[in-house]
Design a protein around this ligand. Structure first.
Ligand SMILES: Nc1ncnc2c1ncn2[C@@H]1O[C@H](COP(=O)(O)OP(=O)(O)OP(=O)(O)O)[C@@H](O)[C@H]1O
Ligand SMILES: [Mg+2]
Length: 326
């Protein structure tokens, strides 16, 4: 049994040739590899031997991947193949050279426009998966990959669910999800729905704009308590140049109670699109007069445009009357 991932480098696994180790997660090693027949680059995720040797774990893992391998969405990493070669259980997926984790490490916090674009892509992927009844459960900067054209792609749909199923079936103690991204309901062991992914997306965006996650501690229980009880520091305190709109979106995603978050990814997408169109009109006219006239949920009041029109008419009428008196 191979215990050192480097031993797989240069060997063939299924119909792939392993090139180099990209990273190691809790359950798997990830390699850059290529199809032996035509050279197409792939990322090969290989289950750590301790889990590959456990038929229950392996069955759940494969089953989840078979479900999510039907996903066909521009913001979800495509799974190409799931298989077993000797003692090696693997799945192949499209390879992406960059991730949000890598980008933040390299370049530091991102510009507002880049954050909004990434958030839009992830929200689209989440909306699609939630509509299909799948909650990701492990949204974080390492699971958001970035294509060459800048598009965000969510990886690892299904893994956390497979692990959670294994834990409840076997009573094994394992950490599911990354504690820095744990939603309050996840920390309390409650049933999850898509709004838990929205919380983890809030943590991800917080990190993308400030460089840090909102809560940190080396103690798992303390971290869980912070997610349940502590308010996050306002992102604009750490990053004053981001807009009030983006800050409100991030804080709403991080609401302690899921009813106070967006009811669905589609609601979040609508708000992100508002930021984009406000940014476009600012570019066109030089200023966004209604930028500060927004509600707590980031929407602009409906009376704003009619009020502006009425004020304009009144001003024109005054000018006409004054000119008429001369
Ligand atoms: N399709 C892919 N293309 C390129 N790199 C990938 C791909 N999938 C995963 N990676 C990279 O491989 C590394 C390890 O991934 P892996 O999913 O095993 O662990 P993780 O996401 O860091 O944590 P976890 O154990 O919670 O899943 C990550 O840094 C990730 O960015
Ligand atoms: Mg991952």
């Amino acid at each position: 049994m191979t215990l050192d991932p480097q031993q797989l480098v240069g060997s063939s696994v299924g119909s792939y040739t392993v090139e180099r180790l990209i990273g190691e997660g809790a359950f798997a090693w990830v390699f850059k590899a290529h199809r032996t027949d035509n050279g197409t680059a792939v990322a090969l995720k290989v289950l750590r031997p301790v889990y590959a040797g456990d038929p229950q774990f392996e069955a759940r893992f494969r089953n989840e991947f078979e479900v999510t391998s039907d996903f066909n969405h521009p913001n979800i990493v495509r799974i190409l193949d799931v298989g077993r070669d000797g003692e090696t259980t693997y799945f192949a997926m499209d390879y992406y050279p960059d991730s949000l984790a890598g980008r933040l490490q390299r370049d530091g916090p991102l510009k507002e426009e880049a954050v909004v674009d990434l958030a839009r892509g992830v929200a689209d992927a989440l909306g699609f998966a939630h509509d299909a009844g799948i909650v990701h459960r492990d949204i974080k900067v390492d699971n958001i990959l970035i294509a060459e054209d800048g598009r965000a792609l969510v990886a690892d749909f299904g893994i956390a669910r497979a692990v959670a199923g294994y834990v409840s079936a076997t009573g094994q103690s394992m950490t599911i999800g990354t504690p820095h991204y744990l939603s309050p309901e996840q920390a309390q062991g409650r049933e999850l729905d898509g709004r838990s992914d929205l919380y983890a997306l809030g943590v991800t965006l917080y990190k993308a704009v400030t460089g840090n996650v909102p809560f940190s501690s080396t103690d798992w229980f303390e971290l869980a308590r912070m997610h349940v009880e502590d308010p996050p520091e306002a992102p604009r305190k750490l990053r004053p140049d981001i807009s009030g709109r983006l800050e409100r979106i991030i804080l709403r995603l991080l609401a302690k109670h899921r009813d106070d978050r967006y009811p669905s990814a589609a609601h979040l997408i609508a708000e992100l699109d508002e930021i984009k169109s406000a940014a476009r009109s600012t570019e066109t006219f030089g200023l966004d007069p209604a930028a500060d006239c927004v509600r707590v949920d980031g929407t602009r009041p409906k009376w704003l445009l009619p009020l502006a029109a009425v004020l304009l008419v009144v001003m024109v009428a005054i000018v006409v009357v004054l000119l008429g008196r001369r």
